[in-house]
Write a protein that binds this ligand. Structure first.
Ligand code: ATP
Length: 235
């Protein structure tokens, strides 16, 4: 059984069919990148998995649990990194990590916190500085450290790389691979075809709430992926 599973999932907002009979599975240890234009249904998919939205039809499961039935149980196993990780600007990196880890039921000492921040690629000199002084890439790394602290079985990311410089994006991309290698199912919504191909095992292309293509990242190079994506967008 896949850790993340959506079968025949539909979701409508008024007259907009945001998702139409979506089929999607992500296994433990796998990174899956969901591509699609603005409004394709990527965020809606993540919000259904988080239990923030309820599907009109079909089956949504995270570790076998329906988020619409037990959102708390599902969220306990999920680390969610949105485009802007919501952290406290007046707390330091260590304090933010400790606060959010405690919410997930883990009390972290200073040494363990620093080790997690270091694993997430945050330089030691920044650990004690207030978040308000961090760059976007540094904040994303604290988000990754929280995911590591939570030992999340499921990692959901909505545009986590947008606005990051190439080296920060490269570092965060590597961390996603490490989270998957540690056994997490990682589902990433992104517009970044290059990084999607670099990090993902499988790639899905969404259009108007439907999965139009799904492929193994290893079967395609960056230029081929771009051509395929554009072909689907124009069709
Ligand atoms: P983006 O790349 O811009 O983030 P997306 O692929 O994440 O887009 P969604 O945010 O899932 O797309 O939106 C899918 C469709 O559903 C869009 O047409 C959007 O306008 C609509 N939609 C999403 N949420 C709502 C809502 N709460 N109320 C009304 N319509 C919504």
């Amino acid at each position: 059984m896949s850790t993340i599973a959506l079968h025949g999932v539909s979701k409508r907002f008024g007259s907009t069919q945001a998702l139409n009979q979506l089929e999607l599975e992500v296994a433990a240890g796998e990174v899956y990148a969901l591509l699609g234009a603005n409004g394709a249904g990527k965020s809606t998919t993540l919000n259904l998995l988080l239990g923030f939205l309820r599907a009109d039809g079909g089956e949504v499961r995270v570790n076998g649990i329906d988020p619409a039935v037990d959102a708390n149980a599902v969220r306990a196993s999920i680390a969610y990194l949105p485009e802007q990780v919501a952290l406290y600007p007046n707390l330091s990196g260590i304090e933010n990590l400790q606060y959010f880890a405690a919410l997930a039921g883990r009390q972290l000492g200073t040494n363990e916190s620093m080790e997690l921040l270091r694993s997430a690629g945050l330089a030691m000199a920044a650990h004690g500085r207030r978040l308000g002084e961090y760059s976007k890439g540094m904040r994303q790394k604290v988000g990754v450290a929280i995911a590591l602290a939570k030992r999340a079985k499921v990692v959901l990311l909505d545009e986590p790389l947008s606005g990051l410089d190439p080296s920060a994006a490269n570092e965060v991309t590597k961390l996603l691979r490490e989270l998957a290698d540690g056994g997490a199912a990682v589902l990433l919504a992104t517009h970044d075809l290059f990084r999607a191909r670099q990090v993902a095992d499988r790639i899905g292309i969404l259009k108007q709430g439907e999965k139009r293509a799904e492929l193994q990242a290893a079967d395609i190079d960056a230029a081929q992926l771009e051509a395929l994506y554009l072909q689907h967008m124009e069709a």
